[in-house]
Design a protein around this ligand. Structure first.
Ligand code: NAP
Length: 329
């Protein structure tokens, strides 16, 4: 039976303005880094994407290299778009990126105009799209002039292959330079995508202030620290978890006893707040209004249902905040 999106899909979601742009993003966005590749079950990908859209998630985040194998997440997403989301393109915000290794030779990674423009062309083909909504430079390149990389982002917007551009993994000082160049080129940076979670706080040291001052949105990735900020590892490593997967980026070595002690204490606090740990970890990020959206991953529809409750309660008492700092010290 063909998929018909829920009529009530926009009722329950909160939408936030992305920086000082015209674009609204859902408080929770879905990333396709893991669980959507050629090694994964296509029907599970389809179920998750349908559930996400039915729940008001309008923003889906990809990159050239997502899989495995690299490129296969874009191919699977393109296939499901064509089969299930035909006619809904104008209700979707789709992003992709280039920056990490994608193909052999000197033009298959980093930040040259040669690489970025051809990578986006390949991504559009794989997804069967005329344009993406957001095209990111995935990581800073120490050897390419920033002017060249930013000019490539400006170019793809002028070519109509992307509506907006963003940067990812740029430290505050490099981000400031990139924002200035993009502004001068007339293609202001829409959004920054940094890693941010209870366990990864570097953005608090200047990046969030910069983005607020410049009117640029912020969409933190791995807000659950790839699953560590859930209750799933409290009783060992489940066989179907990312840490147990041969293709997962979360290594068993990250699950140390001190880490588990923190997770257990955070979980106790979440239970006192009548939230799951995943919900509290996402709510803790979303309590900051400078955050445009949290970019989560899920391997199962139930995880999405759980995490979607996060923005229902983003209020933290001073005691809760102090307890969190205490646990993380
Ligand atoms: N720009 C960059 O450099 C960059 C880097 C990394 C990621 N990203 C983007 O950020 C997105 C999210 O990253 P991420 O997947 O690492 O995010 P995450 O939300 O921190 O981790 C997702 C994983 O956590 C577990 N999980 C999620 N919700 C759960 C719940 N409610 N209960 C229990 N477990 C739950 C699942 O792991 P299991 O598989 O164990 O079930 C899921 O695969 C990516 O898809 C990508 O779009 C960007």
């Amino acid at each position: 039976m063909s998929y018909k999106p829920s009529h009530t899909r926009y009722d329950a979601m909160e939408y936030r303005r992305c920086g000082r742009s015209g674009l609204l993003l859902p408080a929770v966005s879905l990333g396709l880094w893991h669980n959507f590749g050629g090694v994964d079950a296509l029907e599970n990908c389809r179920k998750i994407l349908q559930l996400a859209f039915d729940s008001g998630i309008t923003h889906f985040d990809l990159a050239n290299n997502y899989g495995p194998p690299p490129g296969s997440a874009e191919e699977n997403f393109g296939r499901i778009l064509k089969e299930d989301f035909h006619g809904y393109r104008d209700q979707l915000v789709i992003s992709t990126k280039a920056g990490y290794y994608m193909w052999p030779g000197p033009y298959g990674e980093w930040g040259s105009k040669k690489y970025l423009v051809s990578s986006l062309d390949q991504s559009l083909k794989r997804m069967g799209l005329d344009y993406v909504d957001i095209f990111y430079h995935h990581r800073p390149d120490p050897n390419t002039p920033l002017e060249e990389t930013m000019t490539a982002l400006d170019l793809v917007v002028r070519q109509g292959k992307a509506l907006y551009v963003g940067i990812s993994n740029y430290p505050a000082d490099e981000a400031a330079k990139a924002l200035r160049i993009l502004k001068e080129l007339g293609t202001p940076c829409l959004i920054h995508q940094p890693k941010y979670s209870l366990f990864e706080r570097w953005v608090e040291g200047g990046l969030l202030d910069l983005l607020e001052k410049e009117g640029v949105g912020c969409i933190p990735f791995s807000p659950l620290a790839q699953g560590l900020l859930t209750d799933k590892y409290l009783k060992g490593i489940p066989g179907d978890s990312r840490a147990a997967s041969p293709t997962g980026f979360l290594k068993e070595s990250a699950i140390t006893d001190p880490r588990l002690a923190q997770i257990r204490s955070l979980n106790d606090l979440a239970v006192r707040r009548e939230q799951t740990l995943a919900q509290m970890a996402l709510a803790w990020i979303l309590r900051d209004k400078r955050i445009s959206s949290v970019l989560i991953g899920v391997s199962k529809p139930e995880q999405l249902i759980d995490s979607l409750q996060s923005f229902r309660n983003t209020w933290f008492s001073q005691e809760d905040l102090a307890a969190i700092e205490d646990i993380l010290r």
